[in-house]
Design a protein around this ligand. Structure first.
Ligand code: 26W
Length: 822
C-alpha cells in the first residue's frame, strides 16, 4: 500500500513533542535534563526534517515521473539567513511547535536565536535569490538553485573605537542541521592546462582540453520548503575538495607536504565569499569560483537530462531553463557550448541554438565598476578552451549580426565586441551574457529602461524583444508573517488567512485606513515592535532610546551612491539647529543605521567611523534633551533586519536617482508600516505609485535632472557657498568636535564631497532632503495622518510579493508551468 503523506500542519503537538525528545536522545545523544539550548534547537530541526524529507522525496519523484521542465537558478550568492522559523511557518507547524516547546520548557523565539545566519551573500542580489527560491517552491515550480558552499560567508562586523573590524563568519562550525551532503553526486572539474587540436578518423578537427588540475565538487543540498506547499525544492551548493586523482603519486614519491599544499589550494576555492558589493576586484580566485560552481552545476544538469533522454539533445532546450543572476555565472554559456560541441559533438549552430534558448540574464547594477571584465591573460590561463569558444561566439556575432546592421562601422564593433581592446585586453562578461541569452531583464521599471537605453542601447536595437523588466519582490512569509507576527495576525483578522499567498488581499485593509479603532490596533503593534527594538538596541550598543521617538532607519550596504553620508550631514545639521536653539521644534528622532562596508573601501569605512563618532557626541549631549539619538547597529545581517524592519517608522531610500537598480529593503519596510523617505530611483518609484506619493516623502533630483546637472558640469562648491548650513556642517568635520584631540579624522568625507566632486550629488539634493525630513516630522505629529499613511503604504505593497516577480519570470522568460505535488 502507498504510504500516506503528511499534510501541512497535520502533526499534532504531542507527536512533535515526542519527536523532539526522540531526536534529543538518539540524534543529539543527550537528555531533557542536560540538553543545551543548541541541542534543543538541533533536535527540533531534526524533528522538522522528518516532514521536510518526506515532501522532498515526494517532490522529486513527481518531477522525475512527469519529466518536468525546470529552471536552474545560478547565483554566486544566496543570502538565506536563518531557516528554522521559516521552515516551521511554511510547513504550517510554527504554532504547534511553539506550544510543544513551551511544554518542554523552551521558548521558541529563544530557540530560533540559536541558529547562525547563513550569510552566503553580500546584500540585495543574494537576498533576492533567497526570496526567489522560496517563491519558486511556493508556486510549485520545478526549480533548483545552484551556488557555492562557502565555508565562510560574509564577514562578521565588529565595531572597535567606532571603526569596522572584519572577523571570519563560521556559520557551520558546530554543524548545520539543514544541509545534506550528497557524495553520490560529486563532480570533477578541470582547470588550467592547454588545448590540443586533433583530427579524428573521420577527418574532422577536434579540440581537446588537457587540464592542468582537477578539482572535486561536493554537493550540499538545502531543502527549500514552499509555503503550505507540497513542493520542497533544493538549493544545491558546491564545495571544492582536492581530487584524489594525482595526489597519491606525489604522496608515494615522498611529497606528502606538497600533496597537502595541493589539497589546501583546491579547498580554498569555496573557502570564502568575496565581500565586494558593486565593485569588481579582478582576482583570479573569483574567476575560478565562478567556473567551478557553473561547471559543477552544468554537469549535474547534464546527468539528470541524460538519465531521461540519453544523448538526444533535441529536447534539451524544452527541458532546461538557466537563469544567470547577474554576470557572475556567465561562464556557464561557453561551458555549455564546450560540452555540446567538444564532448557531445553537436555542430556549432545546433549547440548555439540550444544555448540561446536555455539562458537568460538578469542585470542588477549599472555602476561601471561593478561590470565584470576579466583580463584576457588570466582568463586564458584558467580556461584556455573557453577563450577560444568566446572568440568564435564573438566572430560570428560581429560578422553575422553587427556587420550587416552597421556595415563598416568599426566603432560600433569595438563597443559591442566581447573582447575589449587596449593596453590590457579584457573579456566583457556583460556583452557575452546579452549575446548568449534570449532574454535580458532589469529589476525595476526605471532600471530596465536604463539598461535598454544607456547600458546596452545597440544590443536593444539588434534585439528589441530581448530586453525586458521584472520588478523585484520579497517573500511576505519571511518579511511579514515570520518577522512581524502581530501585524500578520491583524491582516489575517482583517482580510483573511490567504494574504501570504495573495498579497494583493492586503488592500482589504484600505477601507479601514481612516477608522480610529483600526488605526489604534495598527499603531499599537508598531509601538510594541519599537519597545522590543529598544531592548535590542540597549543590549547591542548600550544606548538608551525611547519608543516615543520616530524610528528612522537606513539599513543597506555602505556605498557612496546609497548616500549614508547625506543622512549623516542632515543629522549634523539637525544637531546644529538644536544647539543653536534648544527649543527647535522637532519630534524626537532616533536615527538607526545598519551597514557593512567592503573591507577595501576606505571612504565607506570612514563614513561608518563618522556615524559612530557623531553618535557618541550627540547621544551624550544633555543640551539637546534627548531629542536626537544616533544608533549604529553592528553586524547588520538578515536576522537583525528581521528585528529592525517591524519597528521602523521611516524607511530611508535616498540613493542618487539612476543608481539603485531596485532596492528590496524599501519593499520590506513599507510592508511593515514605514513611510518611505526616498528619491525617485529604482523600485521607490513603483512603491510611490502603488501607495501614492502623498503618503510618502519623495525628494531630490530625478534621473533626467541628474543627467542634466552632470552634463552641465556639477560644482559642489556652489552648494557649499550658497547654503550656510552645508558649509557649517562640512567645516565641522575638519574640527575635533566629534573626535576630541584628533581634528581632521572626519575630513575625508568633506573632501569627497568637495574636492572629489561629489560624484553622487549629495549636496545638490541636501536642501530637498531636509525639506522632506520636515514633511516627515509634520506628518508624524498628526497621529491620524501618520496612521493612515503607514496603513496605506503597508496595504498597497501586494505588487512586491516575490511570487509576482517569479510568476513574471515563469511566464515571460522561462515558459515554465507549475507542477502540483500530491
Ligand atoms: C563583482 C562585484 C559585485 C558583486 C555584487 C558587483 C555587483 C554585485 C551585485 C550585483 C550588487 C547587488 O547586490 N545589486 C543589487 O541587486 C538588488 C537585487 O536586484 C537590487 O535591489 C539593488 O538595487 C542592487 O544594488
Amino acid at each position: 500500500a502507498k504510504k500516506k503523506v503528511e499534510q501541512p500542519g497535520s502533526l499534532d503537538k504531542d507527536q512533535l513533542k515526542q519527536n523532539i525528545i526522540h531526536h534529543l536522545r538518539s540524534t543529539l545523544g543527550t537528555s531533557e535534563e542536560k540538553a543545551s539550548r543548541q541541542s534543543w534547537w538541533k533536535a527540533t530541526c531534526a524533528a522538522v526534517n522528518e516532514q521536510v524529507y518526506e515532501r522532498l522525496t515526494q517532490t522529486q519523484q513527481t518531477h522525475l515521473k512527469q519529466d518536468t521542465r525546470a529552471v536552474h537558478y545560478l547565483s554566486a550568492e544566496f543570502l538565506m539567513g536563518r531557516l528554522t522559523a521559516n521552515n516551521l511557518h511554511n510547513l504550517g507547524l510554527y504554532e504547534t511547535c511553539g506550544v510543544a516547546l513551551k511544554e518542554l520548557g523552551i521558548d521558541i523565539a529563544d530557540l530560533c536565536e540559536e541558529e547562525p545566519d547563513m550569510a552566503l551573500g553580500n546584500g540585495g542580489l543574494g537576498r533576492l535569490a533567497a526570496c526567489f527560491i522560496d517563491s519558486l517552491a511556493t508556486l510549485n515550480l520545478p526549480a533548483i538553485g545552484y551556488g557555492l558552499h562557502y565555508e565562510h560567508g560574509l564577514f562578521r562586523q565588529e565595531i572597535r573605537d567606532g571603526r569596522q573590524i572584519e572577523r571570519p563568519d563560521s556559520w557551520r562550525e558546530y554543524g548545520n542541521p539543514w544541509e545534506i551532503c550528497r557524495p553520490e553526486s560529486i563532480q570533477e572539474i578541470p582547470l588550467y592546462g592547454y588545448v590540443e587540436t586533433v583530427f579524428g578518423e573521420d577527418g574532422k578537427m577536434k579540440k581537446v582540453w588537457h587540464a592542468g588540475q582537477k578539482i572535486k565538487g561536493v554537493p550540499w543540498d538545502i531543502p527549500v520548503v514552499g509555503y503550505e506547499g507540497k513542493t520542497v525544492n533544493i538549493l544545491r551548493l558546491w564545495e571544492s575538495r582536492a581530487s584524489e586523482f594525482f595526489d597519491w603519486d606525489v604522496f608515494n614519491a615522498g611529497g606528502y607536504i606538497d600533496s597537502q599544499a595541493e589539497k589546501a589550494q583546491a579547498e580554498t576555492i569555496s573557502k570564502v565569499l568575496y565581500p565586494n558589493d558593486e565593485s569588481e576586484a579582478g582576482k583570479i580566485l573569483r574567476l575560478v569560483q565562478q567556473y567551478f560552481f557553473c561547471a559543477c552545476s552544468l554537469k549535474d544538469i547534464m546527468r539528470r537530462y541524460k538519465r531521461a533522454h540519453g544523448s538526444d539533445f533535441s529536447q534539451f532546450a524544452a527541458q532546461i531553463a538557466i537563469q544567470l543572476n547577474d554576470t557572475h555565472p556567465t561562464i556557464a554559456i561557453p561551458e555549455l557550448m564546450r560540452i555540446l560541441v567538444d564532448e557531445e559533438e553537436l555542430d556549432w549552430d545546433a549547440a548555439w541554438a540550444i544555448c540561446y534558448k536555455v539562458f537568460s540574464y538578469t542585470n542588477h547594477t549599472l555602476l561601471p565598476e561593478a561590470l565584470e571584465k576579466w583580463a584576457l591573460y588570466l582568463f586564458e590561463r584558467v580556461l584556455p578552451r573557453h577563450l577560444e569558444i568566446i572568440y568564435e561566439i564573438n566572430r560570428r556575432f560581429l560578422e553575422d549580426l553587427v556587420e550587416p546592421k552597421w556595415p563598416g562601422d568599426d566603432a560600433i564593433k569595438a563597443k559591442l565586441s566581447i573582447i575589449e581592446e587596449g593596453s590590457q585586453r579584457k573579456v566583457r562578461m556583460g556583452n557575452l551574457c546579452v549575446i548568449g541569452s534570449h532574454k535580458v531583464n532589469g529589476v525595476a521599471e526605471i532600471h530596465s529602461k536604463l539598461v535598454k537605453e544607456d547600458l546596452f542601447p545597440e544590443f536593444a536595437e539588434l534585439w528589441p524583444e530581448k530586453m525586458c523588466n521584472v520588478t523585484n519582490g520579497v517573500t511576505p512569509r519571511r518579511w511579514l508573517l515570520s518577522c512581524n507576527p502581530e501585524l500578520a495576525k491583524l491582516y489575517t483578522d482583517t482580510v483573511g488567512a490567504e494574504w501570504p499567498l495573495k498579497l494583493d488581499l492586503m488592500r482589504g485593509a484600505l477601507k479601514h485606513a481612516d477608522d480610529a479603532a483600526f488605526q489604534k490596533k495598527f499603531m499599537d503593534i508598531k509601538r510594541a515592535n519599537k519597545e522590543k527594538l529598544v531592548k535590542v538596541i540597549k543590549a547591542e550598543t548600550g544606548i538608551d532610546v525611547s519608543a516615543e521617538a520616530i524610528f528612522d532607519i537606513q539599513i543597506k550596504r555602505l556605498h557612496e551612491y546609497k548616500r549614508q553620508q547625506l543622512n549623516l550631514i542632515h543629522i549634523m545639521a539637525l544637531y546644529r539647529r538644536l544647539l543653536a536653539n534648544p527649543d527647535y521644534d522637532m519630534h524626537p528622532r532616533v536615527f538607526i543605521f545598519g551597514s557593512k562596508a567592503a573591507p577595501g573601501y576606505k571612504l565607506a569605512k570612514d563614513i561608518i567611523y563618522a556615524i559612530n563618532k557623531v553618535a557618541e557626541r550627540v547621544n551624550n549631549d544633555e543640551r539637546i534633551k534627548g531629542k536626537l539619538k544616533v544608533v549604529f547597529m553592528p553586524n547588520y545581517r538578515v536576522s537583525l533586519a528581521e528585528k529592525l524592519i517591524p519597528a521602523a517608522d521611516v524607511s530611508q531610500q535616498i540613493s542618487t536617482a539612476g543608481y539603485e537598480a531596485s532596492g528590496t529593503g524599501n519593499m520590506k519596510l513599507a510592508m511593515n508600516g514605514a513611510i518611505t523617505l526616498g528619491t525617485l530611483d529604482g523600485a521607490n518609484i513603483e512603491i510611490a505609485e502603488e501607495a501614492g506619493a502623498e503618503y510618502n516623502a519623495i525628494f531630490g533630483l530625478t534621473v533626467d535632472e541628474v543627467k542634466a546637472v552632470k552634463a552641465k558640469g556639477y560644482n559642489p562648491w556652489d552648494y557649499y557657498y550658497a547654503n550656510p548650513e552645508i558649509k557649517a556642517v562640512l567645516d565641522w568635520m575638519d574640527t575635533d568636535f566629534f573626535t576630541p584631540g584628533r581634528p581632521g579624522e572626519l575630513s575625508s568625507i568633506k573632501r569627497a564631497l568637495l574636492d572629489g566632486g561629489d560624484t553622487y550629488l549629495a549636496l545638490a539634493d541636501f536642501e530637498s532632503y531636509s525639506e522632506a525630513q520636515k514633511k516627515v516630522d509634520a506628518m508624524y505629529r498628526d497621529k491620524q495622518v501618520w496612521a493612515k499613511a503607514v496603513i496605506v503604504n503597508s496595504a498597497t505593497m501586494g505588487k512586491f510579493n516575490s511570487d509576482r516577480s517569479i510568476q513574471d519570470y515563469a511566464d515571460y522568460i522561462w515558459y515554465l508551468k507549475s507542477c502540483s505535488v500530491a
